[in-house]
Design a protein around this ligand. Structure first.
Ligand code: MF3
Ligand code: CO
Ligand code: CO
Length: 278
């Protein structure tokens, strides 16, 4: 507790830019996410776009937290029962698949981290519902963000919404503080109790990125050192935004032209005070 950094005005400007760029990679790749494409091709296209068009660095490439081997690709592609950290490769996406594309870019030293779900062709009713409920979970969690709220408030509403739908929340991975460092304090759990854990203050920046399983919450690690799947082989979904705590609530940093609209029940926080007659 107590080690969560408060970003400076300069940091916040840098994080707005990095966040928008990460989201723009998802906008760029969207028309390519179709039956017949390989996850490796999606990685290659995103990597080229980051380096050659944006002048950003793909943060996952060679990322190596303690106990891991260096991550070998520029993005994560998590298909069907893959919960997270799917490594792009020869896998051909086919009609009915669901895939999460998770993008983290570095621009001028700042990280922007965001992910979306994509349907390949026509999804099953279950895939569509799981994806929608998970999107609502992320947004319900974000809607709790304001100074004085607790991290446990976020986890609680996510867990309630997922479990009410008959789904489960992955416990082993969580949201995280982010800035000049990819993963920093705090850990943002996607389950919990209201009023518990750290109190939020304006200027904190962290991700909300719930991983929700259609079946049981237990995970299984693949032999590649990264890929995480559901133990019961049920479908899993995830959405992610990078979010700033503001005086009145929150600001989504990972926004671009193609960002999906929030669910209808979301009431945006009051605009941060602007200086009109400067
Ligand atoms: N982008 C992921 C997150 O949301 C982390 C991926 S780490 C990687 O935190 F090395 F697998 F890319
Ligand atoms: Co993240
Ligand atoms: Co991410």
């Amino acid at each position: 507790m107590g080690n969560i950094s408060i970003k400076t005005a300069e940091d916040i400007q840098g994080m707005r830019i990095a966040g928008r760029l990460a989201s723009e990679v998802l906008d760029y790749i969207t028309p390519f996410v179709k039956p017949g494409v390989t996850t490796g091709e999606l990685d290659r296209l995103c990597h080229e776009y980051m380096v050659n068009v944006q002048g950003t660095i793909p943060a996952p490439l060679n990322y190596c937290p303690p106990g891991y081997t260096p991550y070998p690709k520029a993005i994560c592609t998590s298909v069907n029962d893959v919960i997270c950290h799917g490594i792009p490769g020869d896998k051909v996406l086919k009609n009915g698949d669901v895939v999460n594309l998770d993008i983290t870019v570095i621009k001028d030293g700042y990280h922007g981290d965001t992910s979306r779900m994509f349907f390949i062709g026509e999804p099953s009713i279950l895939a569509r519902r799981l994806t929608q409920i998970t999107y609502e979970c992320m947004w319900l969690g974000i809607s709790k963000i304001k100074p004085g709220a607790h991290l446990g408030d976020i986890g609680y509403v996510i867990q309630q919404h997922a479990e009410k739908a008959g789904y489960s929340v992955v416990r082993e991975f969580c949201g995280h503080g982010i800035g000049k460092v990819f993963h920093e304090e705090p850990q943002v759990l996607h389950y919990g109790r209201p009023g518990t854990l750290e109190k939020l203050e304006a200027g904190m920046i962290f991700t909300v990125e719930p991983m929700i399983n259609a079946g049981r919450r237990e995970i299984r690690e693949m032999g590649d050192g990264w890929t995480i799947k559901t133990k019961d082989r049920s479908l899993s979904a995830q959405w992610e935004h990078t979010v700033l705590v503001t005086e009145t609530g929150y600001e989504i940093l990972t926004q671009s032209a193609g960002t999906p609209a929030p669910p209808e029940f979301i009431v945006p926080p009051a605009a941060t005070q602007q200086v009109v007659n400067a």
